[in-house]
Design a protein around this ligand. Structure first.
Ligand code: SAH
Length: 463
């Protein structure tokens, strides 16, 4: 079932509640909290429902449900213990185009009442489309404990000054920045520590200061988004993603991660698909500078870690030249992510005292890789961007003395649900990779540690 979350202003409007048992009581309380006028129809009504209805300014009809009750209302909740009566109410409501909720029957609901965390005026609503009330309750209790009660006070303070700020600060970016600093700075701190007067004074000062401001300082966040699994984002990465006004991303950043950036942020794709360069590196760097100079908070989101084969160094060089403030946020690099998710430790006391990350992207010829060093014993070698060059890499390594039995693995789409791992030796890896139709992105891990994978099988190994 697909549901669209909407907050409706039903204050003082009549909502018909058919039934007055335990479930109806819960619905009555939820509706009353939103300020509706409850009209309850039921032969027997418990005193606590009476109180809720009275407080809502509503009325009670102590009699069985009749069709006539539905006239004049736009919202109905059927919460009797008789599925027959509930169905009748449903039919009457749908015939008139009236919004209907039948308890425990998601298929008979044109609207549902979400599970709610109240931090008035802040409201957080949670729904599972009827899939699992237990799940929604669990999420609700997590949110309850994660959002202090004083968030409501903060929201109230912001509501109070919203109109004034809009009037005094014409620039949208300036306003946004002010509010971000409020929720993330001393004003919020003052509210949370129970000091509303100080909070208000600080907010007034911030507004005055913002009014004097003519230029908005821009900033660039160069953020590593990890190898793919959104759970591998760092807390700091997530914070930058929530702050940024504009996002520049490439194809190593998974859609699930991109979805976690601010919904209203502008998104610019600057990636490279295959050998087709969408935007030359120099242009990306210039773009970062230009956007920051417009006063924007710019997020440059990169797969893995920005400083490991991420050209992060080149991008910040230009920023530094133009004195644009920037922060670099490290990410989990593909080697760490793929190693962990494929069950291959990158170092091991017995067989690998060092690990080397190397690019397998062979430019013109292949002489540029330090083959003699790569065949040294007791090390793990991780090739980034090595899929296309794999046959040549294997050939050179054998020529330089590695045995054909030397273990090597290839991890495709590491840490993502589609991850595939191909394990083999220098003798058979090329054939295995070809027959399985492996595509990108892929990481190659070579060394005795690969053979440990079988020993460390704590999960289903797929090859
Ligand atoms: N900065 C990135 C690397 C960018 S270079 C990092 O730190 O991970 C691009 C290469 O990274 C790809 O060709 C591939 O070798 C590797 N890579 C990135 N994500 C990967 C993933 N999810 N699975 C396997 N390899 C990955």
């Amino acid at each position: 079932m697909q549901l669209t979350p909407i907050f409706a202003r039903l204050s003082q409007q009549p909502v018909l509640l058919v039934g007055a048992g335990l479930v109806a009581r819960r619905k009555a309380a939820a509706l009353a909290r939103g300020g509706v006028r409850l009209v309850v129809v039921a032969p027997d009504v418990s005193p606590d429902i009476e109180d809720i209805v009275a407080a809502s300014g509503g009325e009670i009809h102590r009699e069985p449900y009749r069709e006539a009750f539905i006239d004049g209302v736009q919202w109905v909740v059927a919460a009797t213990d008789s599925s027959e009566v509930n169905r009748q109410v449903y039919q009457h409501a749908t015939a008139r185009g009236i919004q209907i909720n039948v308890v425990d029957r998601p298929d008979l609901c044109s609207f549902t009442l979400p599970s709610v965390v109240h931090r008035d005026p802040l409201i957080i609503a949670i729904g599972s489309g009827g899939a699992s009330p237990v799940l929604t309750r669990m999420i609700r209790s997590r949110i309850e404990s994660a959002i202090p009660a004083s968030f409501g006070d903060l929201a109230g303070l912001m509501a109070k000054f919203r109109g004034q700020v809009k009037q005094r600060l014409a620039n949208l970016n300036l306003r946004r920045r002010l509010w971000q600093n409020v929720v993330d700075g001393p004003v919020a701190e003052a509210v949370f520590s129970g000091n509303p007067d100080l909070a208000e004074r600080l907010l007034r000062e911030s507004i005055n200061a913002a009014e004097q401001q003519t230029t908005l300082p821009g900033e660039v966040f160069l953020v590593g988004a990890g190898p793919g699994d959104p759970d591998l984002l760092t807390v700091k990465a997530l914070r930058c993603m929530q702050l940024a006004d504009v996002v520049l991303y490439d194809n190593l950043v998974s859609p699930a991660i991109l979805d976690m950036t601010r919904a209203d942020a502008e998104r610019i794709y600057v990636g490279k698909r295959a050998s087709n360069h969408a935007m030359p590196q120099q242009e990306i760097s210039q773009r970062l500078v230009a956007l920051a100079q417009q006063g924007k908070r710019v997020l440059r989101l990169k797969g893995g870690d920005p400083f490991i084969f991420g050209r992060g160094g080149e991008e910040i060089e230009l920023l530094a030249q133009h004195r644009v403030p920037f922060q670099v946020v490290p990410g989990i690099t593909a080697a760490a992510g793929c190693g962990a998710y494929a069950g291959i430790p990158l170092t091991h006391r017995d067989c690998a005292q060092s690990v080397r990350f190397i690019t397998g992207h062979l430019a013109r010829d292949n002489s540029e890789l330090p083959w003699r060093e790569l065949v040294m014993p007791q090390q793990t070698v991780v090739f980034y961007m090595g899929l296309i060059g794999l046959p040549i890499i294997v050939e050179r390594l054998l020529e330089h003395g590695l045995p054909a039995s030397h273990p090597i693995a290839l991890v495709e789409k590491g840490t993502l649900p589609e991850q595939r791992v191909v394990c083999g030796t220098l003798a058979d890896i090329v054939h295995k990779v070809q027959t399985r139709g492996i595509g990108g992105p892929t990481l190659i891990i070579m060394g005795e540690v690969v053979a440990l994978r079988d020993k460390l099988k704590w999960f289903d190994v797929d090859s």
